[in-house]
Design a protein. Sequence first.
Length: 191
Amino acid sequence: MFGFLKRYSIKIPDFISIFYCEKREIIFIKRPLSQKLIKLKIKLNINQKKNLIIVTDHSFRYLSTRSRKKIKSLQGITRYLIKKAVYEVSTKVYKKLRFVGVGYKSFYVKAGALELVNLKLGYSHDIFLKSPKGIVINSHKANILFILGTRVDEVAKITSLIRNCKLPEPYKGKGILYENETIKLKEGKKV
């Protein structure tokens, strides 16, 4: 029984508030600056004294025998979603991109009410990118770009969108790279 508690339990920090409504099948994770709401399929036990959430193997609805076999995967998914939400509420997520190549630059542009990022990537035209709500894109240096946000998946999506504008090529290593990414260069043709 103790292994079950350890495997499907989540420790909650003191500065995060948890509201669980079994009737509506939701859990609300809150901090003064951000909050998350998760729709659940499995019941939870919350221990207020130890700041612990335990994902049970009891469903809100009647499950067929076929669905009961998937209860362990539902427990794991629910645990992962709650842990991810606690992480997103408690920290800011960031990614850093490097522009490698002659003339590859990024600039912050403010045009009226719009805040845009101008990407110069060696094309005949510039690429302008508007940051979505909740995402902050900073360009302190011309060849380094920071993407900040509270949601891991949104930050990763925007980062990959920017990176796909100029993927690193394997012969010279030019393009947009992640912070610690290194490109193993291929050898060119020999004459």
